[in-house]
Write a new protein. Structure first.
Length: 119
Protein backbone atom coordinates (compact mmCIF):
# COMPACT_ATOMS: atom_id res chain seq x y z
CA UNK A 1 0.00 0.00 0.00
CA UNK A 2 2.75 2.46 0.94
CA UNK A 3 5.46 0.51 -0.85
CA UNK A 4 7.32 3.59 -2.05
CA UNK A 5 7.40 5.20 1.38
CA UNK A 6 10.38 4.76 3.67
CA UNK A 7 11.14 4.86 7.36
CA UNK A 8 14.33 6.35 8.76
CA UNK A 9 14.18 9.80 7.15
CA UNK A 10 16.69 12.16 8.78
CA UNK A 11 15.92 15.82 9.45
CA UNK A 12 18.21 18.33 11.12
CA UNK A 13 17.42 21.72 12.64
CA UNK A 14 19.85 24.00 10.83
CA UNK A 15 20.02 26.41 13.77
CA UNK A 16 20.51 23.99 16.67
CA UNK A 17 21.76 20.81 15.03
CA UNK A 18 18.96 18.82 16.69
CA UNK A 19 18.06 15.72 14.69
CA UNK A 20 14.83 13.80 14.18
CA UNK A 21 14.50 10.46 12.46
CA UNK A 22 11.00 10.23 10.99
CA UNK A 23 9.51 6.83 10.25
CA UNK A 24 7.07 8.04 7.62
CA UNK A 25 5.95 4.59 6.46
CA UNK A 26 5.15 3.66 10.07
CA UNK A 27 3.30 6.96 10.52
CA UNK A 28 1.16 6.47 7.39
CA UNK A 29 0.36 2.84 8.21
CA UNK A 30 -0.58 3.87 11.75
CA UNK A 31 -2.97 6.52 10.42
CA UNK A 32 -4.45 3.92 8.08
CA UNK A 33 -4.88 1.45 10.94
CA UNK A 34 -6.63 4.02 13.10
CA UNK A 35 -9.00 4.96 10.30
CA UNK A 36 -9.90 1.33 9.59
CA UNK A 37 -9.89 0.00 13.16
CA UNK A 38 -11.34 2.80 15.27
CA UNK A 39 -13.42 4.65 12.68
CA UNK A 40 -14.33 1.46 10.81
CA UNK A 41 -13.60 2.99 7.42
CA UNK A 42 -13.20 0.62 4.51
CA UNK A 43 -9.59 0.17 3.37
CA UNK A 44 -10.19 1.93 0.06
CA UNK A 45 -11.77 4.97 1.73
CA UNK A 46 -9.04 5.22 4.37
CA UNK A 47 -6.36 5.06 1.68
CA UNK A 48 -8.18 7.74 -0.35
CA UNK A 49 -8.32 10.06 2.67
CA UNK A 50 -4.60 9.57 3.29
CA UNK A 51 -3.74 10.10 -0.38
CA UNK A 52 -5.72 13.35 -0.43
CA UNK A 53 -4.61 14.74 2.95
CA UNK A 54 -2.03 17.52 2.92
CA UNK A 55 -0.80 16.23 6.29
CA UNK A 56 0.23 12.98 4.64
CA UNK A 57 2.02 14.54 1.69
CA UNK A 58 5.78 14.28 1.43
CA UNK A 59 5.89 17.78 -0.09
CA UNK A 60 7.80 20.30 1.98
CA UNK A 61 8.78 17.87 4.73
CA UNK A 62 11.41 19.50 6.88
CA UNK A 63 12.58 19.44 10.48
CA UNK A 64 9.75 21.66 11.70
CA UNK A 65 6.91 19.87 9.90
CA UNK A 66 8.20 16.50 11.07
CA UNK A 67 8.56 17.81 14.63
CA UNK A 68 4.91 18.91 14.47
CA UNK A 69 3.78 15.47 13.26
CA UNK A 70 5.82 13.75 15.96
CA UNK A 71 4.50 16.03 18.69
CA UNK A 72 0.95 14.61 18.60
CA UNK A 73 -0.40 11.08 18.68
CA UNK A 74 -1.22 9.52 15.33
CA UNK A 75 -4.78 9.22 16.60
CA UNK A 76 -5.07 13.01 16.66
CA UNK A 77 -3.85 13.32 13.06
CA UNK A 78 -6.20 10.53 11.91
CA UNK A 79 -9.14 12.35 13.50
CA UNK A 80 -8.16 15.59 11.76
CA UNK A 81 -7.93 13.76 8.44
CA UNK A 82 -11.34 12.15 9.03
CA UNK A 83 -13.27 15.00 10.66
CA UNK A 84 -11.26 18.19 10.12
CA UNK A 85 -9.60 20.71 12.40
CA UNK A 86 -11.18 21.14 15.82
CA UNK A 87 -12.93 17.78 15.50
CA UNK A 88 -13.48 17.87 19.29
CA UNK A 89 -15.80 20.86 18.80
CA UNK A 90 -17.88 18.74 16.42
CA UNK A 91 -18.78 16.16 19.06
CA UNK A 92 -15.86 13.77 18.58
CA UNK A 93 -13.84 12.69 21.59
CA UNK A 94 -10.33 14.10 21.88
CA UNK A 95 -9.28 11.40 24.36
CA UNK A 96 -7.40 8.35 23.15
CA UNK A 97 -9.52 5.19 23.09
CA UNK A 98 -9.10 2.66 25.87
CA UNK A 99 -6.16 0.30 25.20
CA UNK A 100 -4.97 2.51 22.33
CA UNK A 101 -1.27 2.15 23.16
CA UNK A 102 -1.57 -1.63 23.36
CA UNK A 103 -3.48 -1.75 20.08
CA UNK A 104 -0.92 0.49 18.34
CA UNK A 105 2.02 -1.59 19.61
CA UNK A 106 0.38 -4.81 18.38
CA UNK A 107 -0.59 -3.26 15.06
CA UNK A 108 2.97 -2.13 14.41
CA UNK A 109 4.36 -5.55 15.34
CA UNK A 110 1.81 -7.33 13.15
CA UNK A 111 2.74 -5.25 10.11
CA UNK A 112 6.46 -5.23 10.87
CA UNK A 113 6.59 -1.46 11.38
CA UNK A 114 8.90 0.62 13.52
CA UNK A 115 8.05 0.76 17.22
CA UNK A 116 7.85 4.57 17.11
CA UNK A 117 7.15 7.30 14.61
CA UNK A 118 10.14 9.43 15.53
CA UNK A 119 13.52 8.90 17.14
Amino acid sequence: MFENVKDGLNFTNSQTGEKIIFHRKTWLYSIFGILTHYLRYKNEYAKKLIDEANLCSDQNLDFYSVAMLCHEEEYHWAMIIAHGEYYWNKGFNIELPDNYDEWLDNYRKTFNLNASTCD
